[in-house]
Design a protein around this ligand. Structure first.
Ligand code: HEC
Ligand code: HEC
Ligand code: HEC
Ligand code: HEC
Length: 446
C-alpha cells in the first residue's frame, strides 16, 4: 500500500515536470529572435523613401550607409575611384561604337552617389526613359506600387526627375516594421516567377544575396515603352540568357556600324555569375558576408552598410572565415590577372572580327547567308565577352565560369572572323592583331 502511494506521487511529479518543461519550451519558441538593435523609437511607414527616418531606429546601419558617399580609393581592378573604363582600355571604344557606352563608361562607386552619377553621365539624353532610374533610388518602391512599373518606365527620365529625391536607401532592401530583406524590383520578381521561384520561401541566408539581385543583375528594355526586363525565363546562365534575348524578337540594343550586327548589351550580371556554381556560393556564402561584414558598436553587433570593395577592408570581409588573409588576397590577385588577360584576348578577337565583317559587308557579291552567320557569331561572342566585362570583381566572384565564358567568346569571335572572310571569299580578312597595330589608340566618342 505504501509502495503504491510512493509510485503515484512519483508519477505525479513526473507529469507536472513534463507539463512545466513543455510550457517553458513553447514559451521560448514563441519569443522573437534576440534583437541586435535598440527597440524602435519611431514607426516607419511602409515604403518610406527617406532613409533618415529609418535611421532614427537604426543609427549604426544608417550612418554606415552614409559613408558610401565618401569612398574614393581605387584597387587594381575596382574600388570607388570611378575611373573611366574607356580610358583604361580603349578597345571598349571600338566594341561599343555606335552606342552611348562608347562616350562614357565609368567604374561604379558607393550607393549614396547614384543620383549624382546617373544625372551626370553622357549616356542619359533627352530621349532617355525613366527606366534608367530603376536601380538608383529609394523613391522607386513607393512609385512602383502607386503607378506600376509599365507606367513608370513609359515616362521620360526628365519627367521623372522631380519625383526622385533619394539615392539608394533602406526601402530598396528592407520591409518597414519587420526589417526583413525583400525583393522590391517588380522586374526581378517577374523574372524569378518565370523560373518558378517564390522568393518569399527563401531563407535569411539566401536573401542576404538575393536582395542585391534587386539591381546587380543583367536586364534589357523591352518594347517602345522601355519596360525593364530581366531575361531569366530560360534560366540564369549566360547561354540561357542569350537564348531568351534571341527569342525576344532578336532583341538588339543597337546595330553595330558597318557590320549590321544586332548587338545586345550585358549589364552587371553579378548575381547570375556568382550563383552559377562558384566555390563561395556552393559553400553557402552570401554577398553580404563579404560586402557587409559585422562590426561592433559596444555590445551591439551590426552589418556594415558601407558597401564597397572587400579588398579595402579584407580583415573584416575575408578574415571572419579565412585565417590567412594575405594568402587569399594573393589568390584574388592571381585570379583577377588571369581573368583580365583572358578578357583582353577576347576583345582582340572581337576587334579583328569586327574589321573583317565591315570589310565583308563592303565587298561586292558577298554571300548573304554566310554573312548573316558571321553576324550571329559576332552577336553571341560580344554578349559572352560583355557578360564578364560588365560584371564586377574581374572574375573573382566565379573564376572558373568567367574563364569558361571568355574562352567561348574568343572562339565565337574567331569563328565570326573566319565566316566573314569566307562570305567575302577574301583570305586577307583573316588578318589578326588589328588593335595592337593601331596608332593612336581610339579615344571616347564625342
Ligand atoms: C567571397 C567574397 C565575395 C562575395 C560572396 C561577393 N563578392 Fe563582390 N567582390 C568581392 C571581391 C574580392 C571583389 C573585387 C573588388 C576589387 O577588385 O576591388 C568584389 C567586387 C564586387 C563589386 C565591384 C566593387 C568594386 O569596388 O569594384 C560589386 C558591385 C560586387 N562585388 C557585388 C557583389 C554581389 C552583388 C554579390 C552577390 C551576388 C557579391 N559581390 C558577392 C568579394 C565578394
Ligand atoms: C542594399 C541593400 C540594403 C540597404 C539599402 C539597407 N540594408 Fe539593412 N541590411 C541589408 C542586409 C543584406 C542585411 C543583413 C541581414 C541579415 O543578416 O539578416 C541588413 C541588415 C540590417 C539590419 C539588421 C541588423 C544588422 O545590422 O545586421 C538592420 C536593423 C538594417 N539592416 C537597417 C537598415 C537601415 C536603417 C537602412 C537604411 C538606412 C538599411 N538597412 C539599408 C541590406 C540593406
Ligand atoms: C537599388 C539598387 C541596388 C541594390 C539593391 C544594391 N546595389 Fe550595389 N550598386 C547599385 C548601383 C546603381 C551602384 C553604382 C553606384 C554609382 O556608381 O553611382 C552600386 C554599387 C555597388 C558597389 C560598388 C561600391 C564601390 O564603392 O565601388 C558594390 C560593392 C555594391 N554595389 C554591392 C552591392 C551588394 C553586396 C548589394 C546587396 C547587399 C547591393 N549592392 C545592392 C545598385 C544597387
Ligand atoms: C562566410 C565565410 C567566407 C567569407 C566571408 C569568405 N570566404 Fe573565401 N571561402 C570560404 C569557403 C567555405 C571556401 C571554400 C573552401 C573549400 O572548399 O575548401 C572559400 C574559398 C576561398 C578561396 C579558394 C577558392 C578557389 O576557388 O580558389 C579563395 C581564394 C577565397 N575563399 C577568398 C576569399 C576572399 C578574398 C574573401 C574576402 C573578400 C573571402 N574568401 C571571404 C568562406 C568564406
Amino acid at each position: 500500500m505504501k509502495k503504491y502511494a510512493v509510485s503515484i506521487i512519483l508519477v505525479g511529479i513526473i507529469v507536472i515536470l513534463a507539463v512545466v518543461l513543455s510550457g517553458v519550451l513553447i514559451y521560448l519558441k514563441n519569443q522573437p529572435p534576440q534583437s541586435r538593435s535598440l527597440p524602435p523609437v519611431t514607426a516607419v511607414q511602409p515604403l518610406e523613401p527617406d532613409s533618415r527616418i529609418w535611421g532614427l531606429n537604426y543609427p549604426n546601419e544608417y550612418s554606415s550607409l552614409l559613408l558610401t558617399a565618401g569612398n574614393k580609393t581605387p584597387t587594381k581592378y575596382g574600388g570607388s575611384a570611378q575611373q573611366s573604363y574607356l580610358a583604361l582600355d580603349p578597345r571598349l571604344v571600338i566594341l561599343f561604337a555606335g552606342y552611348s557606352f562608347s562616350q562614357e563608361y565609368n567604374q561604379p562607386r558607393g550607393h549614396q552617389n547614384t543620383l549624382i552619377d546617373i544625372r551626370a553621365t553622357k549616356r542619359v539624353t533627352a530621349a532617355t526613359h525613366a527606366t534608367c532610374y530603376s536601380c538608383k533610388s529609394s523613391d522607386n518602391p513607393g512609385l512602383w506600387s502607386q503607378i506600376g512599373m509599365p507606367a513608370y518606365d513609359k515616362q521620360l527620365f526628365s519627367a521623372m526627375t522631380p519625383k526622385i529625391n533619394n539615392p539608394i536607401g533602406c526601402a530598396n532592401c528592407h520591409e518597414a516594421g519587420t526589417m526583413r530583406l525583400v525583393i522590391t524590383n517588380p522586374a526581378v520578381d517577374t523574372a524569378l516567377k518565370a523560373q518558378g521561384i517564390d522568393w518569399r520561401t527563401y531563407t535569411r541566408q539566401q536573401m542576404r544575396s538575393l536582395v542585391c539581385a534587386n539591381c546587380h543583375v543583367t536586364y534589357f528594355f523591352s518594347g517602345p515603352d522601355k519596360l525593364l526586363t530581366v531575361p531569366w525565363g530560360d534560366g540564369m546562365k549566360v547561354e540561357d540568357i542569350i537564348k531568351f534575348e534571341d527569342a525576344a524578337n532578336t532583341f538588339a540594343d543597337w546595330t553595330y556600324p558597318g557590320t549590321g550586327t544586332p548587338i545586345m548589351k550585358s549589364r552587371h550580371p553579378d548575381y547570375e555569375l556568382y550563383t552559377a556554381g562558384s566555390t563561395h556560393f556552393n559553400a553557402g556564402v552570401a554577398c553580404a558576408d563579404c560586402h557587409m561584414p559585422y562590426l561592433r558598436d559596444g555590445a551591439m553587433k551590426y552589418s556594415s552598410h558601407d558597401i564597397m570593395s572587400p579588398l579595402l577592408n579584407p580583415d573584416e570581409s575575408c578574415g571572419q572565415c579565412h585565417t590567412d588573409v594575405d594568402d587569399v588576397l594573393a589568390r584574388v590577385n592571381t585570379i583577377q590577372e588571369d581573368v583580365h588577360n583572358a578578357k583582353i584576348t577576347a576583345e582582340d578577337a572581337l576587334v579583328d572580327a569586327i574589321y573583317a565583317l565591315q570589310a565583308a559587308v563592303a565587298t561586292k557579291n558577298v554571300d548573304p547567308t554566310l554573312l548573316d552567320q558571321a553576324r550571329t557569331l559576332h552577336r553571341h561572342a560580344q554578349f559572352m565577352w560583355d557578360f564578364i566585362a560588365s560584371s564586377n570583381s574581374q572574375g573573382f566572384h566565379n573564376p572558373d565560369e568567367a574563364l569558361r565564358i571568355l574562352q567561348n567568346a574568343t572562339d565565337l569571335a574567331r569563328r565570326a572572323q573566319m565566316m566573314a572572310s569566307q562570305a567575302a571569299g577574301d583570305p586577307h580578312l583573316l588578318k589578326t592583331g588589328i588593335y595592337d597595330g593601331m596608332d593612336p589608340k581610339p579615344t571616347p566618342a564625342p
